[in-house]
Write a protein that binds this ligand. Structure first.
Ligand code: UFG
Length: 342
């Protein structure tokens, strides 16, 4: 496939911004659409600096169908990568309507605009959370029924279903569902990375903020699980690997085995909280403050991806190690202790 004009919805966010850079490096043309509700405009300057040319961006609320239509009409993308959405599990339990409305409406606006303007390639940011609490490990794309334990996760399950139904009714539409495991890491330049607003709820950004002194100590949520060191195992995947997974998926859409296809994007192995924390301390060069506290409700002891399908069909696999992940996060966080400039 040659050069493709791609609209990246949520392209100023953590995963979106790394995806934009990988798409540009692969020779594609990109337009970012973002409402900056959980991203900073400074990201675009950094992307432009890294890409060596300005990255076009439209500020738009994608839940607004009219405005979304206008963006698609103006920029005429040939593919849409949809990484826009609310993603905090705890917040989704407190504000379910906001999560269902935002995540579903943005998807509806994009799909309707695509239909109106003849855009037939779609890549969706899904999550390993769709496997629910009972799937056998490692998780396989063929597992059913999909389920999720919180409203955030259920928006992913619902959108996968919407896309499946819509594709069945829309000849020519090709959809890749990318089920991310635990994205971490940052671009090796240290210029773009994860910049959560408020107190981070995920492990890696929390540890990184402890390392720069923004948080006092890491609370390890339980060390009495039935795992080798008692802490939970997750499948961490470097965000640049993940970004390259989007490039592979969008380039593969035309020859995809089925109109809608799910792909696990993970490293294919479990890493414990303790291992990740120790690797981070090693790169910082000192023991970081931490304490073991009780389990966090809803956490599963251990899961990771079976990544055979992505390897066989997309030719993609995660290449970067845990050491790369922590070194790149440390570079980003130490160079930008307070994240992006406001
Ligand atoms: N953890 C801690 N202390 C912290 C934060 C996390 O010990 O301060 C532990 C958790 O208990 C868990 C592991 O670190 O064992 C990873 O936790 P994260 O919050 O980083 O990630 P999760 O696996 O819980 O969540 C991720 C995504 C969600 C997604 C979920 C299920 O962040 O979006 O996987 O797929 F819904």
């Amino acid at each position: 496939m040659g050069r493709v004009r791609i609209l990246v919805a949520g392209g100023a966010g953590y995963i979106g911004s790394h995806t934009v850079l990988s798409l540009l490096e692969a020779g594609h043309q990109v337009v970012v659409a973002d409402d900056f509700s959980n991203a900073r405009p400074a990201v675009l300057d950094r992307l432009g600096e890294l890409a060596g040319r300005p990255v076009p961006c439209v500020e738009v609320d994608l839940t607004d169908p009219g405005r979304t239509d206008a963006v698609v009409a103006e920029h005429r993308p040939e593919a849409v990568i949809h990484c826009a959405g609310l993603k905090a599990v705890g917040e989704s339990t407190d504000a379910p309507l906001r999560y269902y409305r935002t995540n579903l409406d943005a998807t509806f606006s994009l799909l309707e605009a695509m239909r109106r303007h003849g855009v037939d390639r779609f890549v969706f940011s899904s999550s390993a959370t769709v496997y629910g609490d009972h799937a056998p490990v490692p998780y396989l794309e063929t597992h059913t029924p999909l389920a999720a334990a919180n409203p955030y996760g259920r928006t992913k399950v619902m959108i996968e279903q919407v896309l499946t139904d819509h594709a069945a009714a829309t000849p020519g539409l090709r959809v890749a569902l990318l089920r991310y495991f635990n994205p971490v890491g940052a671009h090796p330049s240290g210029r773009i990375g994860e910049d959560p607003q408020g107190v981070p709820t995920n492990l890696m950004p929390f540890v990184a903020q402890v390392a720069v002194g923004r948080r006092e100590r890491l609370a390890v949520f339980g060390d009495d699980y039935d795992t080798p060191d008692g802490t939970c195992l997750r499948d961490y995947v470097h965000v640049v690997d993940l970004a390259e997974g989007h490039v592979a998926a969008v380039e593969h859409l035309d020859v995809q085995a089925t109109p809608v296809r799910a792909f696990n994007l993970g490293g294919g192995r479990g890493t414990s909280v303790r291992e990740l924390f120790d690797a981070f301390c090693a790169v910082v060069g000192r023991e970081l403050p931490h304490e073991v506290v009780g389990r966090r409700s809803g956490d599963l002891p251990a899961y990771w991806a079976d990544t055979t399908r992505a390897a066989d069909e997309l030719g993609w696999r995660a290449r970067r190690s845990l050491e790369d992940m922590v070194a790149d996060v440390w570079r980003w966080q130490s160079q930008n202790p307070d994240g992006y400039p406001a």
